[in-house]
Design a binder for this molecule. Sequence first.
Ligand SMILES: NC(=O)c1ccc[n+]([C@@H]2O[C@H](COP(=O)([O-])OP(=O)(O)OC[C@H]3O[C@@H](n4cnc5c(N)ncnc54)[C@H](OP(=O)(O)O)[C@@H]3O)[C@@H](O)[C@H]2O)c1
Length: 332
Amino acid sequence: MRAIRIHSNGGPEVMRWEDCELPPPRPGEVRIRHIAIAVNFSDINIRRGGFYIARPQQFPLIPGNEGAGVVAGVGAGVTDFRAGDRVAYVGTGGPFYEETGAYAEERNVPASCLVRLPEGISEAVAAAFLLKGLTAAMIITRVYTPKAGDTILIHAAASGVGLLLCQWSKYLGATVIGTVGSAEKAALAKANGCDHTIPYRDTDFVAAVQRIVPEGVSAVFDGVGKDTFIPSFDCVRRFGMLVNYGNASGHVPPVDLLLLAKKGSLSVSRPGFSSYTAGPGMFQKACGELFDLIRRGILRAEASGTYALLDAATAHRDIETRKVAGAVVLLA
Ligand SMILES: NC(=O)c1ccc[n+]([C@@H]2O[C@H](COP(=O)([O-])OP(=O)(O)OC[C@H]3O[C@@H](n4cnc5c(N)ncnc54)[C@H](OP(=O)(O)O)[C@@H]3O)[C@@H](O)[C@H]2O)c1
């Protein structure tokens, strides 16, 4: 089979389209023929040699850890799946950024990591939606649930996770303010539930938020990190909540707890989606709830950008230069 592999860390140019061997599935594993593969920001961090790598990377390495496709074969002991089933996965059991291997035509994954795709959910939608949807669900159902009367500030509102947070917060009755990197992204964020957009690359977003909501927002949902998190303390009302779920601009520096008291008795949360789906059957249950939100029209899931798998480097380049909005998917 063919796959995108990296032999060292670096820019998008280290990604090579190569022939490689895939052994037969081991006991308990399923072989998937990918149809659509998600591109997540953590894939870029892996390629760069990113900041959250806990153990040394082994090269050559196939990036990516989220995909959807068709079962091509099963290992001994697998009884829940058979050839031809439509399935998807998000990670393979350990930390999302370890044991990667999704940027490939085929892959073996543990059967316990798979969810069956219902009718009406295409492989491209699943790849565009699952991790981003689980992240939005974790924030909204476990960390801070927006309600009527709330104003929520969502950074990078036109990002993959950001668009879902906008849709869902709006559905729950909140007023939504989104920061965005371009006029096109502002239009997209508005079409997905943003009431106000702020072009934060060339505007002081803190002053802009204070003009819109002088008493401060109820919560901030921040996937940008280094450039936005600490300044956001001045956008939040007393007893408000700041949720940092990502680091597109880099890690958030350490926070002095006393600052939370000084800025109005604020709370801070840094959730990771794998806690949300930890435990047998939790991933499948959480995906079922997401599919239901799509069926009911509360969340709209689609890939904003699609690339051929062999063009994965172009997809990375477009994400890193902040050209694309929404979810990016590779088609195998
Ligand atoms: N906690 C979790 O479990 C979890 C799960 C999934 C994702 N994440 C993290 O959440 C973050 C957002 O994920 P996503 O899928 O929504 O990402 P995405 O679609 O790739 O969007 C990231 C956005 O961040 C903005 N951005 C700001 N500074 C940037 C920079 N220096 N380089 C590139 N982009 C920058 C850009 O929007 P503008 O052009 O509008 O500024 C960009 O479109 C990522 O850090 C990801 O790793 C965390």
